[in-house]
Design a protein around this ligand. Structure first.
Ligand code: ADP
Ligand code: MG
Length: 273
């Protein structure tokens, strides 16, 4: 067989077998293996390893896209020093993903701007890289979406799909109270997730106030019972990171440690209030 037809056939077979990395790289690898006098086994090993690595990277990218994070945030750019109230060792332990294997939940509690959504996203991102199916939802958007599906009699399929996830992130539960139907739907999500998959919930609401957004004491009790049966709680009660950054921006000369005039200090102080 001519070299040219061998190449053409090989290209065809590798496409059929869905091995794009090998298709792209085999000639280069063959040339360098021949030059370094490495044997055929090593050549094949090198190519299959490259294919596997790239396949895993593509799958991770697909999972990250499918998770629909509003903004990608990772642990690398989370400054634990800025939020000392957060239990850093627990947060790092959770990143390993053991809680997902045990279908345990994570609750991120604290004031606005303390990094709850950032940490929730970072945990979700880590889960994606560990091969887990993740879906991020703002709690309000999820309820609105489910109410629409219910009206279209399409909710069942959605809930079945949801059960196939490994992790669902419910962000900002508690900012907006739910309608009666909305509260029942969010309960449905928590109840279906219970012992099947993990939930990460971020909220600014202490437990005592959950009834206010859920409406019913009975529903709140049943929901909290399931949510907190096996839960890891990360609490942040420091200053808002946004506010802190805004203050820094308003007082650049102070944050750089240079002397400031009394006027500048006053100006910064007054806008902080
Ligand atoms: P929350 O959900 O608690 O209201 P966010 O997670 O949305 O707060 O944080 C607000 C902004 O501040 C985001 O851009 C986030 O990335 C950033 N941020 C918050 N805490 C930290 C931190 N400790 N280190 C780095 N960035 C932070
Ligand atoms: Mg948030």
């Amino acid at each position: 067989m001519s070299v040219e037809s061998c190449r053409l056939l090989l290209k065809h077979h590798l496409e059929k077998l869905r091995l794009p990395t090998i298709r792209r790289e085999w000639e280069g690898a063959a040339a360098s293996c021949a030059k370094e006098r490495r044997d055929y086994g090593e050549f094949l090993l090198q190519l299959t390893e490259r294919e596997l690595i790239e396949r895993e990277q593509r799958a991770t990218q697909r999972r990250i896209k499918g998770a629909k994070f509003p903004v990608i945030k990772t642990i690398e750019n989370f400054d634990f020093g800025a939020q000392p109230s957060i239990n850093e060792s627990l947060a790092r332990e959770l990143l390993s993903g053991d809680y997902l294997e045990a279908c345990e939940n994570v609750l991120l509690l604290g004031n606005s701007g303390t990094g709850k959504t950032h940490l929730g996203t970072a945990l979700g991102f880590a889960a994606c890289t560990q091969g887990k199916r993740v879906r991020f939802w703002s709690a309000t958007a999820l309820v609105t979406h489910m109410l629409e599906l219910r009206d279209r009699r399409d909710l069942k399929r959605f809930l079945t799909q949801m059960e196939k996830q490994d992790l669902i992130i419910l962000d900002e539960l508690g900012y907006v109270p739910f309608s009666k139907a909305g509260a029942e739907l969010i309960f449905e999500v928590v109840s279906r997730a219970y012992e099947r998959l993990s939930l990460i919930v971020t909220t600014n609401l202490p437990f005592e106030q959950w009834t206010e957004i859920m409406g019913s004491e009975r529903l709140t009790g049943a929901m909290l019972d399931r949510l907190t049966h096996r839960v890891h709680i990360l609490e942040a009660n420091g200053e808002s990171y946004r506010l802190r950054e805004a203050k820094k921006r308003r007082r650049p000369s102070e944050s750089e440690g240079r002397a400031t005039t009394p006027k500048e200090t006053r100006k910064g102080g007054s806008t902080d209030q």
